[in-house]
Ligand binder design. Structure first.
Ligand code: AMP
Length: 280
């Protein structure tokens, strides 16, 4: 059964009536694609009740970013969710699409959750206020949804590490699940922002995943990747391209058991993110 809820009061009423069920949360900004739907499918499989939130969170956009033009497609999103048919008909899916920001941030809301240093590296260098906006909204959504489990995409790797840290530091009783990146047939990670790209840019965008794969092969074959990274970084379209310890996002050290190759690549005004995790 699918229920569409637009206010916090109705969400509270619904959750009171569902008392005792396990709850899986999938936070999104809408304009859903297969990446989002795969997270929802995991939530449905592992919980009695799944809540997918659709909220374009103003706090995570900087002053000159795409908050106003971010695609808002609630009707289509609802249809895509309706097309997922849980095998088990006792499962409930709630689409929580707040009718205004006030449902998430009541009047005079002035608190910000901030994770410290992790928010200042990689994407945080060009988006200095972004991760405070993310952790603040995720904290609010954890609270409002009463989630036991929460599902996030590996695509936003730094976001995952930051949320994991917030959960640990604040001892939030939510289990975080990080799910694989869903890609199109060419290998480009799906993203709501891919639609800003024209056909030429979509082809150029493949340089991002293909470079990460090249570095992955070098790591697997225990060859040096530094020269390739240095050569790539002379292309100004890279915001960053680095190999880091996958757990801490510090510089890779000899003891690192897992590394992550992270890249942010700019085409016009669109910044694309991708990453690959490699066992050492
Ligand atoms: P967004 O709506 O962009 O904020 O994304 C909502 C959630 O979907 C986040 O946990 C993202 O990491 C995840 N997500 C976005 N794109 C993908 C993808 N291509 N594959 C898997 N998860 C994704």
């Amino acid at each position: 059964m699918i229920k569409i809820i637009k206010t916090r009061n109705l969400l509270d009423q619904e959750l009171d009536s569902q008392n005792g069920k396990s709850i899986g949360l999938v936070p999104t900004m809408g304009n859903l694609h297969e990446g989002h739907l795969s997270l929802l499918a995991s939530a449905i499989a592992e919980n009695d009740l799944s809540i997918i939130t659709i909220f374009v969170n103003p706090k995570q956009f900087g002053p000159n970013e795409d908050f106003n033009k971010y695609p808002r497609t609630l009707e289509e999103d609802i249809k895509k969710i309706e097309s997922i048919k849980p095998i088990d008909s006792t499962k409930t899916i709630i689409i929580f699409a707040p009718k205004s920001d006030r449902e998430i941030y009541p009047n005079n809301f002035s608190t910000s959750i901030s994770v410290g240093e992790l928010k200042t590296i990689l994407c945080g260098k060009v988006r200095p206020t972004h991760f405070d906006g993310v952790t603040t909204v995720v904290y609010r959504l954890f609270k409002l949804s009463r989630a036991n489990n929460a599902y996030f995409g590996q695509k936003d790797y730094q976001q995952c590490i930051i949320i994991k840290k917030m959960i640990r530091d604040l001892e939030i009783p939510v289990t975080m699940h990080i799910k694989p990146i869903i890609r199109n047939v060419d290998g480009l990670a799906l993203s709501s922002r891919n639609q800003y790209l024209n056909d030429d840019e979509k082809k150029l965008a493949l340089h991002l995943p293909s470079t990460l794969i090249k570095i992955e092969h070098l790591i697997i074959n225990q060859k040096s990747y530094q020269a390739l990274i240095t050569q790539e970084l002379s292309d100004p379209r890279w915001d960053y391209l680095q190999v880091l310890d996958a757990d801490s996002l510090n510089e890779k050290i000899d003891q690192s058991k897992k590394v992550v190759i992270v890249g942010a690549f700019r085409l016009g005004n669109t910044r694309l993110l991708d990453n690959r995790v490699v066992k050492c």
